[in-house]
Structures are given as C-alpha cells and as structure tokens.
Design a binder for this molecule. Structure first.
Ligand SMILES: Cc1ncc(COP(=O)(O)O)c(C=O)c1O
Length: 295
C-alpha cells in the first residue's frame, strides 16, 4: 500500500485558529515564507494519545520564530490546546504532530516588513523514521561535506525551515550512497549532529555529546542527558573532534522522531549496539510509553 501524499488526506488541520478540511489547508504561492525562508516548525511525538513534552515544543516554536524576527499570534497555551485538539480529532494514538509557522504574502521582497504570520498544526500516524530492522540492528552514517554554520552566519538555534536545506542535501547524498543518514560537522570541524537528531558517543563508560552552541539543543537530548545522570552515567558536553570516533565504544543519536537510535557505522568506524544505548533506549521508552507489559 502506498502512503497518500501529504496534501491528499482525510481529517482536518488547525490553521490560524480554526479547523479546516485537510485538503483545504493551503498557502498562497507568493508567500514570503516560501520564497525567503521565513518558516519555523516543530516535530512532536504522540504516545498513547498524548504529546510528549508538548509545552517544551510549543515554547521552542515561539523561540524559533523570535530568532527569525517574528512573533507568533498564538500563546504557548493556545498552541498546546490546539495540538491536543488536533490529536484528538485525528484519533491519533501513536503518531506525529507538525506545527509550522510562516510569513504571509503581504509583500514579496527581501524585507519582511508588514508580513502577517500564519500557524498551522497537523497530526498523523507515523511511528518511525527508519525501518524496524534498521532500528534494531543500528543505522549507518557517513560524514557529510555539508556543515552546520556558525551562529553569525545563520540562526542556528532556531528550528528554521531554511536551515533544513543543509540537512536535506546531506541526507539525500548519504542515502544515495547507501547509508541511512549523514553526520554533519560544524563550521569549526567539530562533530555536530545528524540531519534530524543529536549525537552521543560512549567512551569508557561515560557519554560525550557536542555542546549545543551551533546545533539544536534537542528536547530528546536534554531528556536523555537527565535519564543518563539518573542511571549514574557521567555525561560530558564538550567540543568533540571527528578523530575521537575511532575511540568511541558506542555511538547513538537522539531525537523526537529517532528516539534513542544506535549507530553501527560512521564512515570506516564500526560499532556494536552497546550497553549504554540499550539502557537509555529502554529508559526513554519507559518514560514516553510507560513500563513494558509483563510477560
Ligand atoms: C537538526 C536536528 N537536530 C536535533 C534534533 C533533535 O531535536 P528534538 O530532540 O527536540 O527532536 C532535531 C529534531 O528536531 C533536528 O532536526
């Protein structure tokens, strides 16, 4: 069965404060956000009908918009309520929520002065990024030629659509070369992140993860750091050079969509799905889904 395209589905989408039929949730082709990259978005996971860390995501949508110089016309609590209602109406038990905000079509020049701001929220059943097999055996990464830019080149702390150009180029090249995802370095040559997830290395029983100074400080990243510390695992946030990949015992990624995803290869380096990734994957699963049923 093929998955229907995203503009041709049943149900409704929340658009600027009201529900509209899914197929009618449109924007004009001359929207400023489309031409000049004025868009921000979120990715949220639904577990058992509830959005995990919903308010953190709604807040980040606000912060991202501010980083791009615009204000959302809905409060965080209004976005929370709308997201819950979207999930309820679509009858989503295990799925994904996509809030997005963009500049409208009042003018079409580089300046954004006078443009309105629009917000939409949609949800669908979408449990995983990678196949069940890839999730279990671990995924394979290759280092991209694309890098995360410096904070004086791009609004690196925003979850901005324009920054995903880099991720899409990197991801498409990695997949075309037979890998599952790409690993990006930052502008200084430090390890940065994957195309939709943060990076962790396990070295000698401790975790090491890049300082989020030019990468997204993922909500899952922060959750996993807390879980690790609760489990007594030391976590070091620091700049990490690519050469250190050769002394890592384990590598894994974290993200709303990836959850805790073990990595079995980065370029020529091979890894096993190890104890720390497994323990954190289990702990994360318990946190988001509740305890596993007893057999
Ligand atoms: C580039 C990038 N880095 C990291 C993450 C992880 O962030 P989070 O855990 O908040 O989903 C994401 C996903 O949103 C991402 O797109």
């Amino acid at each position: 069965m093929t998955t229907p395209p995203f503009d041709d589905r049943d149900g409704s989408i929340w658009l600027d404060g009201a529900f509209v039929p899914w197929r009618d949730a449109k924007l004009h082709v001359l929207s400023h956000g489309l031409h000049y990259g004025g868009g921000v978005f979120e990715g949220e996971r639904v577990y058992g009908g509830r959005v995990f860390k919903l308010t953190e995501h709604s807040r980040r949508l606000h912060t991202s918009a501010r980083e791009l110089g615009f204000r959302l016309p809905f409060a965080v609590s209004e976005l929370d309520d709308a997201s819950r209602e979207v999930v309820r109406r679509q009858g989503i038990a295990d799925g994904y929520v996509r809030p997005v905000a963009w500049r409208g079509s009042e003018q079409l020049g580089v300046s954004s002065a006078g443009t309105s701001v629009h917000v939409a929220i949609a949800a669908w059943e979408w449990p995983h990024v990678f196949s069940a097999d890839a999730r279990l055996r671990g995924i394979r990464l290759s280092t991209s030629r694309w890098r995360r830019p410096s904070p004086d080149t791009a609004p690196v702390h925003a979850k901005a659509s324009s920054l995903y150009n880099i991720c899409t180029l990197a991801r498409d090249a990695a997949v075309a070369a037979g890998h599952d995802d790409a690993l990006l370095l930052d502008h200084r040559g430090h390890l940065a992140e994957a195309t939709g997830a943060n990076l962790f290395l396990a070295i000698g029983g401790a975790l090491h993860t890049p300082i989020p100074d030019v990468v997204l400080n993922g909500i899952t990243r922060q959750t996993v750091i807390n879980l690790a510390r609760e489990l007594g695992i030391a976590v070091y946030e620091r700049h990490i050079r690519p050469e250190e990949l050769s002394r890592a015992d384990e590598v894994f990624l974290t993200g709303t969509a990836y959850e805790v995803q073990p990595v079995v290869a980065v370029d020529e380096h091979a890894y096993k799905v190890g104890k720390l990734a497994s323990a954190l994957s289990e702990a994360y699963g318990r946190l988001v889904r509740g305890p596993a049923p007893r057999r």
